[in-house]
Write a protein that binds this ligand. Structure first.
Ligand code: DAH
Length: 345
């Protein structure tokens, strides 16, 4: 009987529940949509005997409005649930905001820049993707110099018949010397920090990329004494007043004469320890008087001007200052390692 069906549905209405919008919509579709229960009942209602129409019609309307009221009620209670922030604990301490720290290589780089800045050097920059001319040829490397070999240098574009057209990742910041000279005349007094690349297997003591700082001073009457003076001052500023330096003859294509500089071991104070292999000295940089060939190749008159240059690895200096003995740590971005330098920032 239709009346019984309506009655049964009426008694269900009170217990209807919807935990979210989706469930609420499902109820609407089930009961009140075109193909819903109420519409079906309307269809059946058409066949009801005329004398029963009034009673059943009223019941059906009662069901329809009960359902509409119920859905409205459920919709309202869902809305108030969303606005309910009673479980928010406003007294709770916020998540800690961790501040970043400067990378140790940046700390040391800035320190080096700062020392040279006080001596009147200004910063110069050059590209990391560089041509053969600036990395090798203008720096007086012979065409068959082993540094040009695939084993040492990353080639971006290699045209082996004409080495001068090769595009490489710069293997040293000395390329910035060539860039600086080509655009200006002395006096030139620059410092060039930057990243360099070499085709090395990565291990604790070698990496495919690392960082250097280059310094170049060209003017009239620049002598080796000037170089030594700057080196001593740099060593003392960087490693402490008691630091001593020692120069050993060496060879670089772009300087003549060339030297490598050692400092008295800052770990044992020069007495000899495992770090300096018992010698009391550790090597920190290469330097020399700019080779006249380099001046001429870059458009500077070598009869009028002379200059000195030096280059050092930032990782090396950082190792000495902070005893980081695995190069890979510098590029792993492990925050536990980086946090150790908080105090130095
Ligand atoms: N470019 C050299 C290197 O990568 C370092 C160097 C040595 C730079 C002597 C200089 C210098 O300016 O005079 O090993």
């Amino acid at each position: 009987m239709l009346i019984d069906k309506i009655q049964a549905l009426l008694s269900e209405v009170g217990g209807l529940q919807a935990t979210d919008e989706k469930a609420l919509e499902a109820l609407r579709i089930k009961y009140l949509s075109k193909k819903g229960v109420v519409n079906d009942l309307m269809g059946e209602f058409r066949n009801v005997a005329p004398e029963q129409k009034r009673e059943i019609g009223m019941k059906l309307n009662e069901l329809k409005s009960a359902l509409q009221d119920k859905l409205t009620e459920l919709r309202q209670s869902l809305a108030t649930k969303e606005d309910d922030h009673s479980d928010l604990d406003l007294t709770r301490t916020p998540y800690p905001i961790t501040l970043g720290t400067r990378h140790p290589l940046s700390i040391v780089k800035n320190e080096i820049i700062d020392i040279f800045h006080r001596l009147g050097f200004s910063i110069a920059d050059g590209p990391e993707i560089e041509d053969d001319l600036h990395v090798f040829t203008a720096m007086n490397f012979a065409e068959d110099h082993p540094a040009r070999d695939m084993q040492d240098t990353f080639f971006i574009e290699a045209n082996q018949e004409d080495v001068k057209k090769n595009i490489v990742l710069r293997t040293h910041t000395s390329s910035v010397q060539a860039r600086a000279m080509e655009h200006s005349q002395p006096p030139i007094r620059i410092i060039c920090p930057g990243r360099v690349y070499r085709n090395e297997a990565i291990s604790y003591r070698a990496h495919a990329f690392f960082h250097q700082v280059e310094a170049l001073y060209i003017d009239k009457n620049v002598s080796f004494t000037d170089l030594k003076q700057v080196l001593l001052l740099f060593a003392k500023e960087m490693f402490g007043e008691d630091t001593q330096i020692r120069l050993r003859p060496s060879y670089f294509p772009f300087t003549e004469p060339s030297a490598e500089m050692d400092i008295s071991c800052n770990i044992c104070g020069g007495k000899g320890c495992p770090f300096c292999k018992g010698t009391g000295w550790v090597e920190i940089l290469g330097c020399g008087m700019v080779d006249p060939n380099v001046l001429e190749a870059n458009g500077i008159d070598s009869k009028v001007y002379s200059g000195y240059a030096l280059g050092m690895g930032i990782e090396r200096i950082t190792n000495l200052k902070y005893r980081v003995n695995d190069l890979r740590l510098f590029s792993e971005n492990d925050t536990r390692f980086l946090k150790e330098f908080e105090a130095a920032n």
